[in-house]
Design a protein. Structure first.
Length: 118
């Protein structure tokens, strides 16, 4: 599942994931994403790092910490390069891992597979 990524980035990621055999679900924001997460039960969730700068992260963090969550890994997609700021973004959203843009399709698939195996 992809939540709130800028449309061209979401399209690019969707194409790469579909070529690799993944089914992709998109959600425009964190709040609606929760309903789709509960309904669809995705294997992994890719989150836009800019979510940590608005109210959507609160709903996702609450979901991540709730009993409803069945340990779905969250991967933060960020432009941030400072380790401290990445850690802050991850904490706000409840992300398990991150990937810094720009990244290759190979890097993304490897990151997803690492988190699915964890």
């Amino acid at each position: 599942m992809i939540i709130d990524l800028e449309s061209s980035q979401a399209t690019m990621i969707t194409m790469h994931l579909m070529r690799s055999g993944y089914k992709v679900i998109s959600s425009p924001n964190g709040e609606t994403g929760i309903f789709e997460i509960v309904e669809e039960r995705p294997d992994i969730i890719l989150l836009d790092g800019s979510l940590s700068r608005n109210a959507d992260y609160t709903a996702l963090k609450e979901f991540k910490d709730s009993d409803i969550n069945v340990t779905i890994p969250f991967i933060l997609i960020t432009q941030e390069s400072s380790p401290e700021k990445i850690e802050q973004e991850m904490e706000k959203i409840g992300a398990d891992d991150y990937i810094i843009t720009p990244f290759s399709a190979k890097e993304l698939i490897e990151k997803i597979e690492e988190n699915l195996q964890a």
